[in-house]
Design a protein around this ligand. Structure first.
Ligand code: G3I
Length: 407
């Protein structure tokens, strides 16, 4: 990573400091609506035991959370109080739900659906086609040889029909296709190569088929294309092109999922708006599907990460996890506020915002390396927690919670 990140990081620090002393209020305008919003994060708690995020933000969009099976027991009270949308973090993915042709693991997905129903919480489905956690058996025929395209499409159709019909009318939105866009700066390579899907089809035919099968199976469900880094300079245009191609061909698609695995220093407000404007120009809805804001930046750039004193005889000094410091907290609060201010402004185009995991105690990011994400190099990595959510490790509301709730 580079000077740019460091510069941004320092600039953000200055912005937070400035915000703390400058009590200004400004009016943000969008073509659709305007609303007075304070520029300073207001982290004062509201003392109302009856309300949760779903109530505070309900006039803007549904507020959801991704859960593992165990979290609907462990965190049930918090989930019921705060959220009005649920997503299975893993339990509806093809490889988890349908690991071989005649094996279906319905238990966890059914339990999550039953919990949602009991507590009157809507459900968004994740996902029907992905290159990861996929049902690998799709790609091997009964004779042990690679499957034909026809056989894979037949299996895909059966899979989508079986899952969507089981929960017909109970899932308001599905991530039909997940992460089919190629990362990287080469704007000519739109579709993710190297996946079993692309290796077989060499065209977006499988993406189009998945959306058509999904519409057949449950016409009441809204259908989304879902991806990460959706605001990045290298990727937003590729996502736009993929989706526009679907629209041009009359493929049934209702919206785009922005995963929103964000950092304290990215995306910028402008990047987010640019990416959303493109999708809106296609007449599509937006859902933020996997929101979290990681406090970690690469250790080498992070002034909050001190290098440990090397033990006698040891060669290199490993960086130390600074934890959830007040400085990192302030940067996270500021980023949460910036992002929610934009989302509130665009509320007419956003139908739900889902957090990826419930509390800072258990985030998928903690299992990943420094800075989050599956970086190709492990050099300089240290195990650091990401503290990316609105509830702390004990399930208490963080200051960032109030920064997104308050005006
Ligand atoms: O369930 C097994 C368990 O039986 C086994 O003992 C254990 C040993 O590692 O693994 C468990 O499975 C893990 C699973 O999470 C459930 O905890 C997998 O190894 C692990 O790879 C899997 O990670 C999930 C990841 O997707 C897979 O790529 C994360 O929980 C989940 O949060 C993450 O979610 C994705 C979205 O679907 C798509 N967008 C990105 C997002 C974050 O990567």
């Amino acid at each position: 990573m580079n000077k740019y990140l460091l510069k941004n990081f320092k600039r953000n620090t200055i912005i937070v400091a400035a915000a703390a002393v400058t009590a200004v209020s400004f009016t943000q305008c969008s073509p659709k609506q305007s609303e007075s919003i304070s520029a300073v994060p207001n982290t004062t708690p509201i003392n109302d035991p009856t309300k949760g995020l779903k109530d505070y933000l309900g006039k803007y969009f549904k507020v959801g959370v991704a859960v593992a099976r165990q979290s609907i027991n462990r965190d049930s009270a918090l989930i019921i109080k705060e959220f009005n949308s649920l997503t299975a973090e893993n339990d509806m993915k093809p490889g988890v739900l349908h690991p071989s042709e005649n094996t279906w693991n319905w238990k966890n997905a059914d339990d999550i659906m039953a919990f949602a129903k009991r507590h009157n919480i809507a459900v968004r489905g994740h996902n029907l086609l992905w290159h990861s956690q996929d049902a690998r058996w799709f790609f091997t025929g009964p004779d042990g040889k690679p499957s034909s395209k026809e056989l894979v499409l037949q299996r895909l159709r059966e899979h989508i029909h079986t899952v969507m019909k089981r929960y017909k009318g109970q899932i308001y939105a599905w991530d039909v296709v997940n992460e089919a866009v190629q990362d990287g700066a080469d704007s000519t390579v739109i579709y993710r190569t190297g996946s079993p899907w692309w290796n077989l089809f060499k065209s977006p035919e499988f993406i189009e088929a998945a959306f058509r099968y999904a519409r057949e199976a449950d016409p009441s469900a809204k259908l989304y294309y879902n991806d990460y880094s959706s605001e990045s300079d290298t990727k937003h245009r590729k996502i736009y092109k993929l989706v526009k191609n679907l629209k041009d061909k009359g493929v049934p698609i209702d919206g785009v999922g922005f995963q929103a695995h964000w950092k304290i220093n990215s995306p910028t407000v402008q990047q987010l708006k640019t990416a959303m404007d493109e999708i809106i120009s296609l007449g599509l809805d937006i859902q933020f599907t996997e929101l979290d804001i990681d406090i970690r930046v690469p250790a080498a750039l992070d002034p909050n990460v001190p290098a440990a004193t090397p033990a006698a005889g040891a060669s290199a000094a490993a960086p130390v996890d600074p934890g959830y410091t007040p400085e990192l907290e302030a940067l996270q609060i500021a980023q949460y506020k910036r992002m929610f201010d934009v989302m509130k402004q665009y509320k007419k185009h956003i139908s739900s915002v889902t957090f990826w995991n419930v509390t800072d105690r258990t985030s998928w990011l903690d299992g990943r390396g420094q800075g989050g994400g599956a970086a190709s190099s492990t050099a300089g990595r240290i195990p650091r927690k990401a503290y990316p959510l609105l509830f702390d490790v004990d399930g208490n509301r963080k200051k960032a919670y109030w920064a997104v709730v308050n005006k």
